[in-house]
Design a protein around this ligand. Structure first.
Ligand code: AMP
Length: 399
């Protein structure tokens, strides 16, 4: 995959209509009020750059899952209001079109003046969006003269607004995607060594491609979380009632062999914090990975594993982390995730946190500010780390 893509600083957008795909998929309460506007705030540098160039800015995004129908529960109206506040355009509002490619959007786009900003309604009000329908893509593109993608969270999806529209316009990335490409692409292509991957979370099956791909480039791979028990069992450990994907045991064995052949250190927890019930206040006991008793399940890595994993992270040059070390939602089983996060926050390593649960864990535990980069996309960052081509990036013009 070529990561050397043109960006908003490589174009002259003065006086031009620019369609910008953002990720405004913000969490809302039951009354529709935005509960966290981080994604909106993160889009501001790209929007401001375009305003500064004198562009006529047409923003678009999805919000939730309206299933291809106009459903005002998923309207972007709260986003338009928040953008108006945050951009502070001397009394000018970010106007919301009543439709996506319909007469209102077309009229508002045509009436835009230099430096003005508008927002289309939720692109997923049309089922053609997720189908990457060429006609719908073309209609979106007809609104503008330049296409900018700044929605990394949906860059692994080939939808009309994330990739299709780029077939009809000069296409560049915004600052958010640029940062993801530079930091994650940089780490994969030219990592400061030792290069350590920390993988955890619920399922081996979600991370098969990532483990396989990373084994070709890292020096050390640490496996924690529920995923570890499939590997421990494949390595002849005794896992009691811990979660295990029996249909992935052969894959786990293959990865253990591959790591050995490649000289990659594959670290599994040698001990585990276990419980008899999946409950926040369950009694907790430490068992070695060679003998978790019947009826007990590993819900976190144990104290020895914490020590070894933290040491590996502390002495790393680059760390990529995806997936918590245990059930961090339960305080009693959050220590593994917390300790490894703390070691990473305190280390001099380039620290890259995959999106989704890992990002949530690092934020919840208070270490976010100390990380080099927290990816804005869960699924997208996983696919990136798998070495897959992301359609929302591949569609952009090369430098
Ligand atoms: P993922 O979405 O794959 O990153 O998985 C995150 C989820 O894995 C979190 O909700 C954790 O509670 C869960 N998890 C981590 N470790 C364990 C474990 N040992 N047993 C069960 N669930 C776990």
């Amino acid at each position: 995959m070529n990561y050397n893509k043109m960006t908003v600083t490589d174009i002259n957008a003065a006086g031009k209509r620019v369609l910008v795909r953002c990720d405004f998929n913000v969490p809302q309460d039951k009354d529709g009020a935005i509960t966290d506007d981080k994604r909106i705030r993160e889009s501001l540098p790209t929007i401001r750059q375009l305003i500064g160039q004198g562009a006529r800015v047409i923003l678009c995004s999805h919000l939730g899952r309206p299933k291809g129908e106009f459903n005002m529960k998923y309207s972007l109206a709260p986003v338009a209001a928040r953008l108006t506040e945050l951009l502070d355009l001397q009394g000018q509002a970010v106007e919301l079109a009543a439709d996506v490619i319909g007469p209102d959007a077309t009229a508002k786009a045509a009436a835009l003046k230099d430096g003005q900003v508008m927002l289309l309604e939720n692109v997923r009000f049309h089922k053609e969006e997720e189908q990457n329908d060429p006609g719908f893509s073309k209609s979106l593109a007809l609104l503008a003269e330049i296409y900018v993608n700044d929605a990394f969270g949906t860059a692994h999806r080939a939808h009309a607004s994330t990739a299709g529209a780029a077939n009809y316009l000069p296409a560049v990335c915004g600052f958010l995607i640029k940062k993801e490409i530079d930091i994650m692409g940089g780490a994969l292509q030219n990592p400061k060594r030792p290069f350590v991957a920390v993988l955890g979370g619920a399922k081996v099956s979600d991370k098969i491609g990532v483990i396989n791909h990373l084994l070709d480039m890292v020096d050390t791979i640490i496996i924690g979380g529920a995923m570890a028990y499939t590997f421990i069992k494949a390595d002849n450990g005794t896992i009691g009632a811990s979660r295990c994907e029996d249909d992935r045991l052969d894959y786990a064995r293959d990865m253990l062999v591959k790591a050995r052949e490649k000289g990659v250190k594959l670290m599994l927890p040698e001990d585990n914090m276990c419980a008899r019930e999946f409950k926040a206040d369950a009694e907790a006991r430490v068992f070695s990975s060679t003998g978790i008793e019947d009826g007990w399940m590993g819900l976190d890595i144990g104290p020895e594993a914490i020590k070894r994993f933290s040491e590996a992270v502390s002495s790393a040059g680059t760390v990529i982390w995806n997936g918590p070390m245990g059930v961090f939602e339960f305080d009693r089983f959050a220590e593994g995730t917390r300790s490894v996060a703390r070691a990473l926050a305190d280390s001099a390593a380039v620290s890259i946190i995959g999106g989704g649960d890992s990002a949530a864990a690092v934020e919840q535990l208070g270490f976010a500010a100390k990380m080099t980069h927290i990816s804005t996309g869960g699924g997208a960052s996983l696919e990136f780390l798998e070495g897959l081509e992301l359609p929302g990036i591949a569609c952009l013009n090369d430098r």
